[in-house]
Design a protein around this ligand. Structure first.
Ligand code: ATP
Ligand code: MG
Length: 406
């Protein structure tokens, strides 16, 4: 595409939403149903402990799509500011930490954001992510060998290419982003099911605009997560679309690529871009999301979680790392979310001293954490990343999990 042929008119990204479609509506309704099941899993304390595990997992997969494979144990260390002495590993750790922090902060930010389709919010995501990004990852090399700096939160000033797609002209980005915000505004799409379909469609359209010099993929996925929260399909943070997109990375890229295509003929829809491929993208996205919610629902079946806790404690006992009565403490902690320290004797059936030691071992292993510095009488359940393969298997890829269990 030559300079003159760049997209300059926002109407060139129409349609923003596919026309009424029963398949899409059924998928959106199914996603709503599954995600609301997740919102009622366990109790609020256990749920927030799981969210603390899902956030780094989400980050793991979103960076993996970018080709950055950071070992989950390295992410766990990075969150404690414990960095590798190997420079390359440290860069990945800093990047993961930046991603986890913005992912978390985004949820607080949403309490004050009225419309996440607004550019201010999207650029905030990029800014919060990139200000903490190592300098080495803020440099982009163009095809002609020029080095450009990625400025946190700033729109690109040069043209970009992603796959076979060339994003709209840099000087027209404002117009495209305004059109994007207005087109997906609640008064334009008032129906809640259509708004869920818009979560899928807007994912492609924002990636298609490609507003930043780099970091678009991860910011678009964070943005999609934010929209999922406002449309109440995020299962209170208990599932991650990036896990699904990373597992089906090839299909994700080809669905994005197809949806970039212009409409072929008058039967191809009502806008400039192909509606048929936008529908296919939305189907791909919603099916991926549904798969992820179903996976998480099955992972959180209480009986199965308790059976895994039993096995986990057995392994830890053999290793000499926990006492066998820890099992009852963990079971009750998961089912209730928080325990009073004074309850340990009753739960373990042991003397005060032994019960305290059992609890302290669990605190050392970070399976229990003190509620707060003031409220030291209560402890809450916690799920360190390193034990995820035992307690919540398959969150990470199989080969990676194998290296976490040594
Ligand atoms: N054909 C396409 N059309 C639109 N968007 C695309 C296409 N192919 C890929 N993308 C999106 O662009 C992202 C890559 O853009 P960019 O390198 O700016 O983002 P990143 O965050 O640095 O990397 P990554 O997205 O791979 O994590 C992909 O992740 C994907 O979301
Ligand atoms: Mg990139």
């Amino acid at each position: 595409m030559s300079e003159l042929e760049l997209y300059r008119l926002p109407s060139s990204m129409t349609p923003l939403l596919p026309a009424a479609n029963t398949t899409l509506r059924a998928l959106a309704a199914e996603l709503l149903l599954h995600s609301s099941k997740l919102s009622s899993a366990f109790n609020p304390y256990t749920r927030s402990a799981i969210v603390k595990l899902v956030e780094p997992m989400n980050s793991y997969y979103s960076n993996l799509i970018e080709g950055h494979n950071t070992h989950p144990l390295e992410i766990e260390k990075a969150l404690k500011k414990n960095y590798s002495t190997e420079p390359k590993k440290k860069l990945l750790q800093l990047e993961s930490r930046a991603h986890v922090l913005v992912n978390h902060k985004m949820k607080e930010k949403l309490l004050e954001v009225k419309d996440p389709y607004n550019w201010e919010f999207i650029s905030w995501l990029h800014k919060e992510f990139y200000v903490h990004m190592p300098e080495e990852y803020k440099i982009v090399e163009t095809k002609t060998g020029n080095k450009l700096n990625v400025i946190p939160g700033e729109m690109r000033k040069t043209e970009v290419e992603v796959g076979h797609h060339i994003g709209p002209a840099a000087e027209s980005l404002n117009a495209f982003l305004n059109f994007f915000e207005e087109g997906y505004a609640p008064n334009k799409i008032p129906d809640p099911i259509d708004r869920i379909i818009a979560v899928a469609a807007s994912h492609h359209r924002l990636a298609w605009i490609h507003p930043f010099l780099d970091g678009n993929g991860r910011v678009v996925r964070l943005f999609t997560e934010a929209i999922a929260i406002t449309e109440k399909i995020d299962g209170d943070g208990l599932w991650s679309v990036s896990r699904g997109l990373a597992i089906k990375n090839k299909d994700y890229y080809s669905a994005l690529h197809n949806a970039d295509q212009k409409r072929w003929n008058d039967h191809g829809g009502h806008g400039n871009l192909s509606e048929k491929f936008l529908v296919e993208f939305c189907i791909f996205f919603l099916e991926t999301a549904i798969d992820q919610t179903k996976f998480m629902i099955s992972l959180f079946e209480p009986d199965k979680v308790l059976a895994r806790i039993k096995e986990f404690v057995e392994i830890m006992v053999i290793r000499g790392e926990l006492e066998k009565e820890s099992r009852y403490v963990l079971e009750e902690a998961i089912l209730k979310g928080r325990l009073i320290r004074g309850d340990m004797q009753r739960i373990t059936g042991k003397s005060e001293n032994i019960a305290r030691r059992i609890m302290n071992d669990l605190i050392d292993k970070e399976l229990l954490v003190s509620e707060s510095d003031e409220l030291r009488s209560a402890v809450r359940i916690n799920f360190p990343i390193r034990y995820a393969p035992y307690i919540f298997p398959k969150l990470f890829p199989k080969d990676i999990e194998a290296t976490m269990m040594d």
